[in-house]
Design a protein around this ligand. Structure first.
Ligand SMILES: *Cc1c(COP(=O)(O)O)cnc(C)c1O
Length: 221
């Protein structure tokens, strides 16, 4: 157990240092970047250790894992949902997730609007054509955002993206950052273990980091 603690502490301090360095490199204050530790597929004991190491933002992709873990760890932290939203899970997600990073459907927006106000990111897709990984095509984000204005319980903070596999992440991040600027949206949820430094250089305010801190994921049971 304490071996695991040492391992997590050491990986976490590396990520914190890389975050700081990437920010300072481009003249940004490291404090304006929120590190979300993605604990998906890892036990709640890991989340507890990371909590003890000072982390206060955790991310999950699946409702069941998020609701289980959030029930165990002390409440003075922020839970983020970044997985694909399923209509039938919205009520449950609304019970534990303070921030939803993966809004891409008006139908889901309408359902979330029935619960308490919370923060959202619009997930955008830069994949030409298909929508298979979720997200509103970049070209439609402006219309989608204006449609969302009628939902008073949705605080739209910014845009979120996962770069397509064969893309140049730096280019995707800059494109999405430019779109957010045009829309007057302040926040950008982008950057994972492999590309968070580039995301920070492009203006990310929220990075979602899993395997660099927790190790490679076991397949879900
Ligand atoms: C799993 C996941 C992450 C974290 O990915 P790592 O590569 O493990 O850092 C971030 N964002 C989303 C949407 C994810 O699904």
């Amino acid at each position: 157990m304490s071996e695991r603690r040492d391992e997590l502490a050491s990986r976490l301090s590396t990520v914190r240092r890389e975050l700081r360095e990437a920010a300072v490199d481009v003249g940004r204050a490291p404090e304006e970047i929120t590190l979300i530790v993605v604990t998906k597929n890892f036990p709640v004991s890991d989340a507890v250790i990371l909590y003890e190491l000072g982390e206060r933002n955790f991310g999950e992709n699946r409702d069941n894992e998020g609701s289980e873990k959030s029930a165990v760890i002390p409440p003075d932290l922020h839970w983020h949902f970044q997985g694909q939203v399923q209509s039938k899970k919205i009520k449950s997600i609304a019970g534990w997730a303070e921030v939803v990073h993966s809004l891409d459907s008006l139908d889901h927006a309408e359902k979330f609007n029935k619960f308490e106000p919370r923060d959202f990111f619009i997930q955008v897709s830069t994949e030409p054509g298909a929508l298979h990984r979720g997200g509103v095509p970049l070209a439609s984000v402006r219309d989608f955002y204006s449609e969302l204005q009628r939902f008073e319980n949705l605080r739209i903070r910014g845009l979120m993206v996962v770069p397509p596999l064969e893309s140049n992440p730096g280019e995707v991040f800059s494109q999405v950052a430019a779109e957010a600027r045009e829309l007057g949206l302040a926040d950008l949820s982008m950057g994972m273990s492999g590309d968070f430094r580039e995301a920070i250089r492009a203006g990310a305010t929220h990075i979602r980091v899993g395997s660099s801190i927790l190790g490679s994921r076991q397949p879900p049971a």
